[in-house]
Structure formats: structure tokens, C-alpha cells
Design a protein around this ligand. Structure first.
Ligand SMILES: Cc1cc2nc3c(=O)[nH]c(=O)nc-3n(C[C@H](O)[C@H](O)[C@H](O)COP(=O)(O)OP(=O)(O)OC[C@H]3O[C@@H](n4cnc5c(N)ncnc54)[C@H](O)[C@@H]3O)c2cc1C
Length: 548
């Protein structure tokens, strides 16, 4: 039987990678790298995936969490991208129904706004058509009265009506994790906290990558027939050809209590400050508002929302939801990421930059740049098509056919009947809303978490006051989700950082102690982990010191 996907699995994977060569070595555990590893492993290639920090610690855990056609790309005439993205939306809703779910959106139109009513109506029709009229529902046009009935906190002044349409929302970090786990299930060697630091080149071809285990400090050469560079925003630095293919653009979000905005729907809005398309999205008892789009030049290792970002987002939201009167004190958490966009020609803006992807080959290495979360599976398929052709040219092996990445469920998505799993979870002794929340996050694995809670009443307790995550979730993640640090656990596996007032910083040491037996941490390690988590929180909260 396959061992659980844990920190111990990571150690074993690194030992194996140091010993024997692989066919495909993927660098970067964002959605692109995880998707490539899944596809390559499903084709039967001996595959490895290494990530220098944690899965989704880069852009893939800092997105707007939308699996969407991309209504706004219609303005740039990117019809092919929108068509592809809507097809991917359909696939992801099917293979990961717990991580990607349909979401109803309202798009209000105001008198004097940048987008006239006729243009939005035409855009909505086109959006449905590009999805081959196979979206969850077709869009509907709502009068002003119906809009206000649907979202009573919307600004009534100047409201002309608007559209109701469907897109999908997702858990970006856990979707990335699910792809990495799927790769592991198909035999891939997977290791986080493993950094690629250089290449071994012979006769002009990359033969091996120098990897550093950031836990032990050990370095070794991993031999591979093909290396895939899926390092997202880092890829220009990493390719080493000196070319700047990427335009880095930062986007920030703020999390606020849901009650302040209402939000029985998601709302697409045009910021009254500059006309940019933005979203206000529901997330359990919370909502988040995003995103900004500003040029980025700093260190990719510390990207966070600035005071200006926060003020801009709150002012934009307040202009559309005037009763909300959101202030910086209402902000529970923020996040920001850097888009790895393909540089548009003639110095055009990041908003106009293509969300399509580009594959660049040199002997022994395939680099992929650009793309978006929504289209990751298709992008991964393209990359592995190139890898298969390169392997065929390299050692004459048969071309592997494309695997059913569009049909095989991702871990936790094995059944579409989420209501039945919720019932099973409830039968383990959890309240219905708690069971439903667990199913949304863990799919078919939710009953296993409920059993951990049933076995020990302390595990049924929330991680921290005001937060929704249970202690049993921490245990489950430590056992089965390759947790190496407390940040992995509280930021990307359970979202405690984003969803708990005060980020559970005061509980950090107790939480480290809770999972210590699973992870083999002694007291000193627990203290270091708690300190590192508190330092992360402090960096993300630094915007408060610069507010006007
Ligand atoms: C604010 C914002 C909102 C967005 N919203 C959406 C959205 O709603 N929907 C959508 O479809 N798309 C969205 N996107 C785009 C989408 O998030 C990205 O296109 C996607 O996540 C990029 O994934 P990636 O794997 O290529 O890059 P990343 O997720 O950044 O992954 C690259 C990984 O490589 C690792 N790495 C770097 N160097 C090394 C090394 N030397 N060795 C090993 N590993 C290394 C990094 O640690 C990182 O984890 C958004 C982007 C941003 C910034």
C-alpha cells in the first residue's frame, strides 16, 4: 500500500531521487508544476516534483481563488482563452467537486460607469456562447429592484440593474496540494523544501540538477532525462538565458467579515477609483475583496499587501457597498501574489498582458511561463506533450499517450455526492454546518477527520477562538498532507492564518506542540516553528504601520 503523503514520504523521496535517475524532474510546486507532475506520472514516466518551500507558497496560494472563463479578458478579445478556460472550469467542477464549486455572481451596472449596459449584455451573451451554453446556468438580466433584493447592501444610487451569471470558486492552495498528491499516487517522488540551485551540463545538455534539502542542508545531484522549469514568477531568474519573458504584476486581497457586505452572491465590480474589474467574494463567514494590479519589482520571497493596497481595496468596496463603511481595523487578513504574465509587446500594461502560456525548450529542459490557475491542467498537458516528444528523441522510447487527467478525480473528489459524504461526516458526531465545511475542504476524506475528532474530544475543539478549523484538521494534515513547518499547516493546509481573527498567533506554540508527535518535533523545534509563524504574521500585518 502507498504510504501516507507525509514529511516521512518526503525524506524517502529525496533518498530515492539521490540514488536513481528519473525521466522527468519538475521544479516548482505551484499549480503548474503539480499539474505537470500529475500528468507525467499518469503517463507512466518516472517523475519527481521538488518545491523550494511549500506547495502553493508562491502565486498559486495567493490568487483570487476563481476558476473562471475570465469575463474581463473579453475586453481584450482573448476569445480562445475564455473558451478554453470555460471548458477547464467544467472539467475541474467534475474532478474536484470539493475544491472547485459553482458560484453565482452579480455584475451591477451604474449610471455613468465605464461599462454601458448594452456592452455588458453583449459580453454576457458572448461569455455563455464561449462556454458552449454549458455553464451551470445561463446568465440572466436583473432589474434594479431584483438586484437590490438579491444583494440589499449594494449601492442603490445610480444602479441601473445588472447581470446574474455563474463562474466557479476554488481553494487554490488545496487544489495545488491535490495535484501533488495525485502525482504521488501515480508513483511520483515528491518533496517540498527542496531547492534547485544549479545544473550539471554535459555536451550542451542538462543532465542533472543540483538540489538542496533545506531541512538538512544536504546537497546532491538529481539526474533526469528532462527537467521541467515550472518556477512561475521565478522562472526568468532560473532559466539563466538572461531574457526577460515575464512581466511581474502584484495583486492583493483583503479579508473582512461577510456580514459587512452581505454577499449571498459574489459581486463583480468596476472600481469607482479607476474602473478596474474587481471582485467581492464570499468565503464561509468571511468575504474577500480583490484584486489590485501594480507593477512588481521587490523580492519574490516577501510579497504582501501594502497599506496603499488595503486602502484602495476598502475604498473600492465601500463605494459599491456604502453601508459597509469598511476600515482597516475590519481587515482580518490580507494576501498578495505576483502574476507571472507573459510580457506584452510594445510596453502595454499588465492588465492587457496575455494569460496564455509559452513553452521554451533547450536541450534537457522545458520551461513554461504565463498561464493561469484555471487553465493549469491544459497547460500541464502541453508541457508533458513536449516532454514526451523530447524523451522520444532522447532515448527512442515510444510516445506515451495522453492520460485521462480530465476524468480521473483528484484526491477527495472521488464522488460528486457531497451531501452523502456530509451525512456520513455528521454521523461521526459533528454538527451539520461543521460537517459541510469539512466536506467542502476535504471531500471524501472528511469522514476520516470526523473520526479523529470522535476518538478524542480535544480534537473536536477549534484551533483558536473565533476560528472554524478543528484541531483534528491539524492532525490529519500532519499525517497525510506533507506538512514540514507550522506555516505550511496554518497558512496553506487549514487557512487558519486567513480565517481566524489574530491569526491564532497566540496559540502558535500550543499548536506546534499538538502536532509535534506526528512530525517528530522536540521542544526547541516547536519553539522555532512558533517563532517562524509569528514572524510570518508580523510581516503580513506590517501594512498597518503605514496606514494614512
Ligand atoms: C493576485 C492574483 C490573483 C489571481 N487570480 C487568479 C484567479 O482567480 N484565477 C486564475 O485562474 N488565475 C489567477 N491568478 C493567476 C494564477 O494564480 C497563476 O497563474 C498561477 O498560480 C501560477 O502558478 P505557477 O505554478 O506557474 O507559479 P507559482 O505558484 O508561483 O509556483 C512556482 C513555484 O516554484 C517554486 N520555486 C521557485 N524557485 C525554485 C527553485 N529554485 N527550486 C524549486 N522550486 C522553486 C516557488 O517556491 C513556487 O512555489 C492570479 C494571480 C495573482 C497574482
Amino acid at each position: 500500500m502507498l504510504p501516507p503523503f507525509s514529511a516521512a514520504t518526503r525524506t524517502a523521496a529525496l533518498a530515492e531521487l539521490a540514488e536513481a535517475p528519473v525521466d522527468v524532474l519538475v521544479l516548482g510546486g505551484g499549480i503548474t508544476g503539480a499539474g505537470v507532475a500529475r500528468d507525467a506520472a499518469m503517463r507512466g514516466f518516472r517523475t519527481a516534483l521538488v518545491e523550494r518551500t511549500d506547495f502553493a507558497c508562491g502565486t498559486s496560494g495567493r490568487s483570487s481563488r476563481l476558476i473562471h472563463g475570465g469575463l474581463r479578458y473579453l475586453e481584450h478579445g482573448a476569445f480562445r482563452l475564455v473558451h478554453e478556460a470555460t471548458a477547464e472550469r467544467r472539467i475541474l467542477l467534475r474532478i474536484a467537486p470539493h475544491l472547485v464549486w459553482p458560484q453565482a455572481f452579480l455584475f451591477p451596472v451604474f449610471a455613468g460607469g465605464r461599462l454601458p449596459r448594452w456592452q455588458l449584455a453583449a459580453g454576457m451573451w458572448l461569455y455563455d456562447a464561449l462556454a458552449s451554453f454549458r455553464n451551470v446556468e445561463r446568465h440572466r438580466w436583473l432589474s434594479k429592484r431584483s438586484m437590490l433584493r438579491a444583494e440589499p447592501r449594494l449601492r442603490a444610487e445610480g444602479l441601473l440593474g445588472g447581470a446574474r451569471y455563474f463562474d466557479a470558486q476554488c481553494d487554490d492552495a488545496r487544489l495545488t496540494l491535490a495535484n501533488a498528491r495525485a502525482a504521488h499516487r501515480h508513483g511520483a517522488l515528491v518533496a517540498t523544501y527542496t531547492e534547485a540551485r544549479g545544473f550539471d551540463v554535459a555536451a550542451g545538455r542538462i543532465r542533472a540538477v543540483r538540489l538542496a534539502d533545506r531541512v538538512t542542508g544536504d546537497e546532491f545531484l538529481a539526474r533526469a532525462s528532462i527537467v521541467v522549469n515550472a518556477t512561475g514568477p521565478w522562472s526568468d531568474e532560473f532559466r539563466g538565458d538572461g531574457e526577460r519573458l515575464l512581466l511581474l504584476s502584484k495583486g492583493a486581497h483583503v479579508v473582512v467579515p461577510r456580514t459587512r457586505l452581505g454577499l449571498s452572491h459574489a459581486v463583480t465590480l468596476l472600481s469607482p477609483l479607476d474602473g478596474r474589474v474587481m471582485f467581492a467574494l464570499p468565503w464561509g463567514d468571511l468575504s474577500y475583496v480583490g484584486t489590485t494590479e501594480t507593477g512588481f519589482e521587490g523580492s519574490l520571497d516577501s510579497v504582501s499587501a501594502s497599506a496603499d493596497d488595503v486602502v484602495y481595496l476598502l475604498r473600492s468596496a465601500n463605494a459599491i457597498f456604502p453601508d459597509a463603511r469598511l476600515q482597516p481595523d475590519d481587515v482580518i487578513a490580507t494576501w498578495a501574489g505576483v502574476r507571472p504574465l507573459m510580457r506584452p509587446p510594445n510596453g502595454r500594461s499588465a492588465g492587457a498582458a496575455s494569460r496564455e502560456h509559452l513553452i521554451i525548450e533547450r536541450p534537457g529542459m522545458i520551461s513554461v511561463v504565463g498561464g493561469k490557475l484555471t487553465t493549469y491542467r491544459r497547460m500541464a498537458r502541453d508541457v508533458v506533450d513536449h516532454a514526451a516528444a523530447a524523451l522520444h528523441a532522447f532515448d527512442g522510447r515510444a510516445l506515451a499517450s495522453r492520460p485521462p487527467t480530465d476524468r480521473e478525480p483528484l484526491p477527495g473528489g472521488e464522488t460528486a455526492d457531497l451531501d452523502a459524504i456530509a451525512l456520513e461526516t455528521e454521523q461521526e458526531g459533528l454538527a451539520a454546518p461543521v460537517a459541510r465545511r469539512l466536506v467542502r475542504r476535504y471531500g471524501s476524506e472528511a469522514p476520516a477527520i470526523a473520526r479523529l475528532a470522535a476518538a478524542d474530544p480535544a480534537m473536536a475543539q477549534p484551533v483558536a477562538p473565533g476560528g472554524s478549523a478543528l484541531r483534528a484538521e491539524l492532525l490529519h494534515a500532519a499525517q497525510r498532507e506533507m506538512v514540514v513547518t507550522l506555516c505550511d499547516l496554518l497558512v496553506r493546509r487549514t487557512h487558519v492564518f486567513y480565517e481566524t481573527p489574530g491569526h491564532a498567533a497566540g496559540q502558535a506554540l500550543a499548536l506546534a506542540v499538538l502536532v509535534a508527535p506526528e512530525l517528530g518535533w522536540d521542544q526547541a523545534r516547536c519553539r522555532r516553528e512558533a517563532e517562524a509563524y509569528r514572524a510570518y504574521v508580523a510581516a503580513e500585518e506590517a501594512f498597518r504601520e503605514h496606514l494614512p
